[in-house]
Design a protein around this ligand. Structure first.
Ligand code: SAH
Length: 361
């Protein structure tokens, strides 16, 4: 049994069942045994692969997107260029390489990597060490000072934030909990009713057995970022998987070595995520008076930014094997059955902002 599972079983024996959010927080971020604390989970030999690891074009196009956004905001002489959950910093390295066409952008940017994993911080240091930009690290967005515009990017970060689950019982909603029986972790329902406001009004009358996932942590973070980019005249870009509209159904999932696996068997040894509810995030950003762009599909976004043209340019001088790899990468990023439609892109800016590239006017 994993050390973390033993710790969680002791926790439940002492204090009772955990919410799904408490379980996810421990499984991913327990300082001693959390999944992200002791490994680099990315790549073919890891547990999952992300868009920047698939093709350099992803980061290049997003780097140019930020250069355009910075120019449209009057080229501030100093700004914070923060990435949330940067993994191996492949996206940041590709963005900065493409952005070199504007040396004043590079000079103005203070790169901040918001990362909890010591292992990935070290990987980020290695990826970025040869660049002229000297990054800083932070554990939380609130550690970033308020004295310059805030520009934020996050790819596959929001899906790692803890969710709560609610299950429709006969006539009310109950929170789904994680309890213990015979040394095993099991799902259970909280005996008391959940407050109905936790479920969006149009979904409250759902049939018995329906599951609603509440992404409260992501919503809190988006509210904070929307407030900050609006005040500081910055911009934020989020790319993640999930639906454009709030709905019912379980998306909480565990992945190990590129395969789905059990949610409760091996906490700390498997990646846990849930789909991002872009409608809920749009709502909280608008409540902060921010302007929201999208969500659009990753396919539409990358096509509008010129992914096909960039691929042709890269293929021009490449050998046959490299050309095939470039095509495969592009297909993976924008193919409908791959990352192209499940992944969505959303941006947040101050009201009255000029249209942002990649989003319809
Ligand atoms: N954006 C990267 C990696 C995605 S994996 C890419 O696209 O390749 C999720 C990343 O978020 C990892 O770097 C992980 O360590 C980090 N992370 C997870 N929870 C976090 C939290 N609460 N605060 C900061 N970073 C976190």
């Amino acid at each position: 049994m994993s050390a973390l599972k033993e710790k969680i079983l002791r926790h439940i024996a002492a204090d009772g069942p955990l919410t799904v959010a408490q379980y996810m927080t421990l499984a991913l971020a327990d300082p001693e045994h959390g999944y992200y604390m002791k490994r680099d989970p990315l790549g073919a030999r890891g547990d999952f692969i992300t868009a920047p690891e698939v093709s350099q074009i992803f980061g290049e196009l997003i780097g140019l997107w930020f250069v355009q956004a910075w120019e449209d905001r009057g080229k501030p002489k100093r700004f914070y260029f923060a990435e949330l959950g940067p993994g191996r910093a492949t996206l940041m390295a590709d963005m900065l390489r493409a952005a070199r066409i504007r040396s004043d952008f590079i000079q103005a940017a203070q790169v901040i990597l918001v990362e909890i994993s010591p292992v990935l911080r070290e990987a980020q240091r290695q990826t970025l060490h040869s660049l002229s930009t000297v990054p800083k690290w932070a554990s939380d967005i609130s550690d970033i000072p308020y004295d310059a515009p805030l520009f934020v990017v996050a790819n596959e970060f929001l899906d790692a934030l803890p969710i709560r689950q609610f299950v429709k019982s006969e006539c009310d909603w109950r929170e789904r909990m994680i309890a213990a029986r015979d040394g095993k972790l099991i799902f259970a329902l909280k005996p008391e009713n959940a407050s109905p406001e936790l479920v969006p009004e149009p979904l409250r009358g759902a049939p018995q057995g329906s599951i609603f996932e509440c992404t409260a942590a992501a919503e809190g973070l988006i509210a904070e970022i929307a407030k900050r980019v609006t005040k500081s005249r910055g911009v934020a870009l989020f790319i993640d998987y999930g639906p454009a509209h709030s709905g019912l159904g379980e998306t909480f999932q565990a992945v190990k070595a590129h395969k789905f696996t059990d949610l409760l068997d091996e906490p700390g040894e498997v990646d846990l995520t849930a789909h991002v509810d872009f409608e809920a995030l749009t709502k909280v950003a608008k409540e902060q008076k921010a302007q929201v762009f999208g969500p659009v599909t990753q396919q539409a976004f990358l096509e509008a930014l010129g992914i096909r043209l960039r691929a042709e340019t890269l293929k021009h001088k490449a050998d046959a094997t490299t050309r095939a790899a470039i095509d495969a990468g592009v297909d993976r990023l924008i193919g409908a059955g791959q990352m192209g439609t499940l992944f969505k892109v959303m941006a947040i800016a101050a009201p009255g902002a000029r249209p942002l590239p990649g989003f319809p006017c």
